[in-house]
Design a binder for this molecule. Structure first.
Ligand code: JHZ
Ligand code: SAH
Ligand code: ZN
Length: 414
């Protein structure tokens, strides 16, 4: 399979109706959070994972849409609170909001995609009125058990209008790692329009295309990430839907993310950081189709290097385990053809993944205890965005002579 195409597929842009030219094709992929029981394997669903770029508004987007109810449902396994780094990240930001936009009488915050309440917990504990909206019932019920208010639903125009009618306007609508997952952004912004107070702000953070390309984080491309946002494409989308992008802040989480602040036109002045990021993107030529040709070449190089390394180690009789059954790992294992012959199992702390088979590769997922039983010679770190936390936790693996294999920004062993 070759990632660069000479005759790209064209589809209309989900945001502006312009022409989206396909630029990366990862071929057949499973649902990235579709962890399987052995009896489910014959019924596993696959789709073609391909992304393109709009020549008019520069939004990078998937060429095919996976129906939302197949991805986000009662049995959705991802739990946002599984990382202490992310718990601290959201706690810190909740404190910031409580001191700024949520400081005052009867403030109201709505979170789109609250999952298990990793961010709303601090808001709830501060006694501030809030509502999480998330269709994944299993995760949302964890939040509810902690006293957080949740509506188990997809956020869209109708949901937002109903929340507005029942609870009044929101001062802040917040979202993390969710807006990029929603193809129907017209309906999301329509909902924000219905629900947001006149002076309110819509704040969302998501993985940054600039970092994905600069550091070849190709595994951030999978079914759930329908859009790969850049500051320019978010600026254009906000404008298209009658809003204004007023701030963009670059952050290190998940390999590089941006927190966007959107308001009604004229409510806030555009920040210096926003203008600087827009300028930087122009220099990087992020919006150009040609930029993706170089990206595709580097992805193919990583695949070749990783497969060679794993096969050589395996040939030398070394034992290799996976660490972190991430969504990202579905793209890596499928694209590189890594199966349980090379990596007999993956260790992961998420209860809903343990005892199941990873989607596509069908590599079994086991508990972190199985990592020490006995230690492997090498560990392939799929959860590279949690490297510091995991390597600190597994210090004795390294001390016992074990080595970590990383594949981004290039294949290396540490
Ligand atoms: P992690 C998911 O992506 C899906 P994933 C989604 N599309 C998204 O955008 C982000 O989350 C927010 C495990 N782990 O965070 C837990 C350990 O085993 O990289 C997780 O299964 N030990 C919504 O799945 C996985 O690794 C540990 O010490 O790529 C990490 O998943 C730690 C810290 C994690 O997200
Ligand atoms: N905010 C957390 C969780 C991200 S996981 C974090 O940053 O770690 C993404 C969440 O978005 C999932 O729980 C999923 O159920 C939810 N989601 C997907 N589509 C949604 C929609 N249309 N409205 C609200 N939530 C949605
Ligand atoms: Zn467009």
């Amino acid at each position: 399979m070759d990632l660069s195409k000479t005759l790209p597929t064209m589809v209309p842009c989900r945001i502006c109706g312009g022409t989206v030219y396909e630029c990366l094709d990862f071929g057949r992929q499973p649902l990235s959070n579709g962890f399987l029981k052995p009896e489910d394997v014959p019924h596993e669903r696959y789709y073609r994972l391909a992304v393109g770029i709009c020549t008019a508004c520069t939004m990078v987007q998937q060429v095919h849409e996976v129906p939302r109810q197949l991805m986000f449902h009662d049995g959705y396994v991802y739990r946002a609170s599984g990382s202490s780094l992310m718990r601290k990240h959201f706690e810190h930001y909740a404190e910031h909001l409580l001191a700024t936009d949520l400081n005052g009488e009867d403030k109201f915050l709505v979170e789109i995609g609250c999952n298990d309440g990793v961010m709303l917990r601090a808001i709830h504990e501060a006694g501030v009125r809030h509502l999480g909206v998330d269709p994944s019932g299993g995760a949302a019920r964890v939040a509810e058990e902690n006293g957080i208010r949740v509506r188990i639903d997809f956020f869209e125009r109708a949901t937002a209008a109903d929340v507005r009618a029942k609870e009044g306007p929101a001062d802040v609508i917040f979202s993390a790692n969710t807006i990029s997952h929603i193809p129907y952004l017209d309906s999301v912004f329509g909902g924000v329009d219905a629900l947001l107070a006149p002076q309110g702000v819509f704040i969302f953070e998501d993985r940054y295309l600039g970092d994905i390309i600069a550091r070849t984080y190709f595994d951030q491309i999978y079914d759930e990430h329908f859009y790969l946002f850049s500051v320019e494409s978010v600026r254009a989308a906000a404008e298209q839907y009658g809003f204004q992008l007023v701030d963009a802040e670059h952050m290190p989480v998940h390999g590089g993310s941006i927190r966007y602040t959107v308001a009604r036109p004229g409510v806030r002045e555009p920040s210096a950081s926003l203008l600087a990021l827009l300028e930087q993107e122009r220099e990087m030529q992020l919006g150009r189709h040609e930029t993706f040709a170089g990206f595709a070449g580097r992805i193919n190089g990583i695949r070749d290097d990783l497969v060679r390394l794993l096969k050589d180690l395996h040939g030398d009789g070394k034992r290799i385990l996976g660490y972190g059954a991430t969504s990202k790992s579905a793209t890596v294992t499928m694209f590189c053809g890594i199966d349980s012959g090379l990596v007999p199992y993956i260790c992961d702390t998420t209860p809903g993944k343990q005892g199941r088979l990873a989607p596509g590769s069908h590599i079994p997922v086991r508990t972190p205890d199985a990592f020490r039983d006995p230690y492997p010679d090498y560990a392939l770190l799929f959860a590279w965005n949690h490297a510091d936390e995991i390597m600190a936790k597994e210090r004795t693996f390294r001390e016992a002579g074990g080595r970590w294999i990383l594949y981004v920004p290039d294949v290396h062993v540490i």
